[in-house]
Ligand binder design. Structure first.
Ligand code: B12
Ligand code: SF4
Length: 474
């Protein structure tokens, strides 16, 4: 298993999915080696060395990101993955299977670009085992979930139903050098559920995780956390679920289990929906050890929320902000600027929200422009508005930005309108030197979440550069 992701901004991402698939293969009786390219200085040389040492019969490639989703400074990661694929082909005749979130979004286009034959759409635990167990390439190509380069363009995985496969634990510590990641930010990811039943205009998650909620048994999730605490120094865990507070009732079951088992850890969540949040839920989160969360309204204006088909309105956003303001939880509020129907008025509503609700314990994360993916409502809208051409396969990043505004004007309105320095713009998270600051923060035991120091980091990097500092690689 080769995890190809080398992005370290806004933080290195522990290859949880690749580890999970590797563990499934091991449990099925395969002899598995894991190569994590994240911190390798010479990734191609590392791949060649591993192939020479291990001589695998099958190679599983995990591709988490296609690109950085940054409209203002776009970067595709696929050219570096192609270098890895070429090295593999030059040094091994093994059967290759590619998977991961990025692959699931555009499987055929990724296969064409990388000149590979087989990809998995969606979760890989079962598909990878069946693929590598198949007697020949034809049978491997017929495995549920596997898409073939020469297959029909609409060939997709079998729909995902029922519960997540409970029999496999990711056992991250077996596959990944957790210390390297924990030195950059002392938090490990954990996933309680897969899928999302919503249909937001721009979203890809149903292609990656499936279009219905599939929850794990809370006791299995807590077992995994306890095992990670035994095997690594991690004492904080981030729930990377599509939406932490859905489906209804699950977060209660999970956090009650954390309390029942008396787990002495801290928790955060990478996506809370403003819809339906209650004061009781926030109290339970605090009692169970949650200290921060990322909340994803994307806009504070009703017209934009409706156009994005978020399924909640500005009253939900404001009500949840009031509740969070009264809690001890730190909230990072995420906004997408430039969605359909965005204009000076709607952005003004978001600016007013940022001033009113993003308090001293909180932050806001601003992404300008929306990455367009095939099969989404946003793609259809972009075609109608002429923002993309029908022959653009969207493998290289294309973005939507409201025709009623420009990115420069949006930035000016935000800079002028927001009266505090707690807004973090996506581009700033890619600044050189942030990785060094993160490592220093971890070494001196700064309390998480690290986004709360964004203002200080901005100042420190400015001073450093002003003094002629040459920040090392992130
Ligand atoms: C949580 C999250 C984050 C968190 C991560 C926190 C953490 N502690 O890990 C944060 C906010 C930091 C983050 C940052 C970024 N993210 Co993000 N993130 C996610 C999210 C929601 C979940 C990822 C996850 O951990 N899933 C859980 C694991 C278990 O699932 P998995 O990795 O997909 O693996 C499964 C399958 O993919 C498959 N699989 C995986 N590998 C393999 C290999 C083989 C061979 C096979 C067969 C199968 C297989 O099986 C696995 C198990 O079922 C996804 C969206 C999503 N729903 O997937 C976006 C997502 C992966 N992120 C995305 C992006 C772009 C980014 C950023 C580049 C954004 C930015 N510019 O800052 C950064 C990059 C960070 C980095 N260093 O890589 C995109 C990638 C698509 C794209 N356009 O490239 C996604 C898909 C969201 C989107 N826009 O649609 N992210
Ligand atoms: S709620 Fe979140 S994960 Fe679900 S469709 Fe909307 S944006 Fe995607």
């Amino acid at each position: 298993m080769i995890s190809t992701n080398r992005e370290t901004a806004p933080q290195p991402a522990v290859p949880l999915g690749a580890a999970w698939v590797a563990e499934a293969l091991r449990q099925a009786g395969f002899h598995v080696r894991f190569l994590d390219l994240c911190f390798e200085r010479e990734p191609v040389a590392a791949v060649v060395a591993a192939l020479t040492r291990f001589a695998p019969d099958g190679i599983a490639l995990s591709v988490r990101n296609l690109d950085n989703c940054n409209f203002l400074a776009p970067k595709s990661y696929l050219p570096e993955v192609r270098d890895v694929v070429r090295a593999i082909k030059g040094h091994s005749g093994a059967r290759v299977l590619i998977g991961g979130a990025g692959v699931s979004i555009l499987p055929h286009q990724v296969l064409e670009y990388l000149e590979l034959d087989h990809a998995v759409v969606g979760e890989g635990e079962r598909a990878a085992v069946e693929f590598f167990s198949a007697g020949n390439a034809d049978a491997a190509g017929r495995v549920a979930g596997v898409v073939c380069r020469n297959g029909a363009p609409d060939q997709q995985s079998a729909p995902l139903r029922g519960h997540c496969d409970q029999s496999v634990m990711p056992r991250l510590h077996e596959w990944v050098d957790a210390r390297r990641y924990l030195a950059q930010e002392p938090v490990l990811p954990v996933q309680g559920k897969r899928g999302c039943a919503h249909r937001c205009l721009y979203c890809t998650y149903r292609q990656i995780e499936g279009e219905s909620w599939r929850v794990r048994d809370p006791s299995a999730v807590v077992d995994e956390i306890i095992e990670s605490m035994r095997q690594t120094s991690a004492r904080e865990f981030e729930f990377v679920d599509s939406i932490f507070n859905e489906p209804e009732g699950y977060l209660e079951l999970l956090l009650e289990e954390v309390l029942r088992r008396d787990v002495k850890a801290r928790f955060c969540a990478s996506s809370l929906s403003p819809k339906g949040v209650t004061a009781e839920q926030l109290r339970l989160m605090e009692r169970a050890g949650m200290t921060s969360l990322v909340i994803t309204p994307e806009s504070a204006a009703g017209a934009t929320l409706a156009a994005l088909q978020k399924g909640f309105d500005e009253d939900d956003v404001n009500r949840t902000a009031e509740l969070l303001g009264r809690s001890r939880l730190r909230a990072l509020w995420c906004f997408l600027v430039g969605g359909p129907k965005e204009d000076e008025e709607t952005l003004g509503q978001t600016v007013a929200f940022l001033n009113r609700h993003v308090g001293s314990k909180d932050g806001a994360f601003i992404t300008t422009g929306l990455r367009i993916y095939p099969g989404t409502g946003l793609h259809l809208l972009a075609l109608q508005e002429g923002a993309v051409h029908a022959d653009d396969d969207l493998l290289m990043p294309s973005f939507y930005f409201s025709p009623q505004l420009t990115p420069e004007r949006a930035r000016a309105l935000l800079d002028r309108g927001v009266h505090h320095g707690r807004c973090i713009h996506l581009t700033e998270t890619q600044a050189l030197g942030l990785g060094t600051l993160r490592r220093i923060g971890t070494a001196i035991g700064l309390p998480t979440p690290f986004w709360r120091y964004a203002g200080y980091a901005r100042g420190a990097l400015r001073t450093w550069r002003g003094q002629g500092g040459d920040p090392a690689r992130r």
